[in-house]
Design a protein around this ligand. Structure first.
Ligand code: EPS
Length: 388
């Protein structure tokens, strides 16, 4: 089933993050810059914390790439944690000379308490370090490789922020290509400059109040051919696979495809997209795309449109009440340096997760041990469906 296998490893303040990817065909041109642009975009965004001033995330390929091309062998990537030099006394893998101060006041909303109970850890740092959204740098690297692969067959993935707390975008550029250009230039990945200014104000206010903000991003994939995913079995449905991938991003609490929850409020004639045929282009088209490009768990040739709702970051300067795990007495939750708002960063991770799912579905449908073979298979299929 799954043609791509990938894993990440590494703690937020450990030596480095590592990603291992198997299944990328041979012959894909791949340079560190292809990954580093996305790593840099993930670090941006008004409302990020002090850590982003310390890190300049850069990838090293340590397996699977030679002379600027993939070999078809497992791809191994590493991203250094520059901050590790300040944490060797607490995060070194070898036994520590002195017991570091334990983290004992779990933060509501973070994995601290549930993870501590589950893994029998009495220093909640043992949980926090891996639960941290720092891990998303490694996912972004995997996504950037998949993005390179998708580009070979004309698929592009971009994301934009549509809401921060109660500030929502209004009018957006009409064409998706214009929207992409505007959002790429925006510090908050927002396509509406007026809303972006209000979002910045809201983040500024939250920062002064010792609070944090969440929001919603939308991921769009263009150039996707009909026929990725399948209706025949629950775990082959592409909408389900995308939803799981987006939901797995740290702090995401909701996922919508196309109209999403709105579709439940109105009648069918206002939900489904009429089918037209463009004889010149020899393709079926839709005047609307409320389905978000997916019907029956299969792509229908329209752009994929998926939204992720992010809760506010759980680390609060104005901490909520918690309980000391030893004494069981009430205490304010621990505070660590953190972000005020990371929705723009999460939108880049959303792109990465979408790219990974699409690359997997592409390879599942078309196979190919080399990029040349993959493209040949895609062209053959596109020829067949244009004669359908
Ligand atoms: C992050 C790195 C982390 C946090 C943030 C995301 O760095 P540090 O803990 O050193 O400040 O800024 O993690 C969280 C928001 C979280 O809840 O854990 C990153 O690289 O994106």
């Amino acid at each position: 089933m799954s043609r791509l296998r990938w894993l990440t490893s590494g703690e937020s303040h450990g030596p480095r993050l590592t990603a291992l990817v198997e299944g990328i065909p041979a012959g894909l041109r791949l340079l560190p810059e292809d990954v580093n642009v996305d790593l840099a975009r993930r670090q941006r965004g008004y409302g990020r914390g002090g850590r982003m001033k310390i890190e300049t995330d850069c990838v090293s390929f340590v397996g699977g790439v030679r002379d600027g091309e993939t070999l078809g062998s497992p791809l191994a990537m590493q991203i250094e944690n520059r901050d590790y030099v300040s944490w060797t006394d607490r995060m070194a893998p070898e036994p520590l000379s002195e017991r570091p101060e334990r983290l004992v006041r779990p933060r509501p909303g973070h994995a601290d308490l549930a993870g501590g109970l589950k893994y029998d850890r009495r220093d909640l740092r043992d949980v926090l370090e891996r639960a941290s959204a720092r891990e998303t740098a490694a996912r972004t690297a995997v996504g950037a490789v998949c993005r390179r692969l998708l580009a070979e067959v004309g698929i592009d993935v971009f994301a934009h922020v549509v809401r921060i707390a109660d500030v929502e975008v209004g009018a957006l550029p009409e064409s998706l290509s214009d929207l992409r250009v505007v959002t790429r230039a925006s510090d908050l990945a927002c396509g509406d400059p007026g809303a972006e200014a209000r979002m910045r104000e809201a983040i500024h206010r939250a920062s002064h109040q010792g609070d944090t903000l969440g929001g919603v991003f939308e991921v769009v994939a263009t150039g996707v051919m009909p026929g990725l995913g399948s209706h025949v079995q629950w775990d082959r449905k592409l909408d389900g696979r995308i939803a799981q991938a987006i939901m797995s991003i740290q702090a995401i609490k909701g996922v919508e495809i196309g109209l999403g929850f709105e579709a439940a409020k109105v009648s069918g004639s206002h939900v489904h997209d009429a089918i037209h045929y463009n004889a010149h282009a020899k393709r079926f088209t839709r005047p609307t795309n409320r389905a978000g490009g997916l019907e029956g768990g299969i792509t229908n040739g329209e752009p994929l449109v998926v939204r992720g709702a992010m809760k506010p970051i759980a680390t609060l300067r104005k901490a909520l009440m918690s309980v000391h795990i030893d004494s069981k007495q009430p205490f304010e939750a621990a505070f660590e340096r953190s972000d005020i708002c990371a929705v723009a960063a999460a939108s880049v991770v959303g792109e990465a997760m979408m790219a990974i799912v699409l690359a997997d579905a592409l390879l599942e449908k078309f196979g190919g041990d080399s990029v040349r073979e993959l493209k040949c298979n895609v062209n053959c299929y596109m020829g067949r469906i244009s004669g359908y």
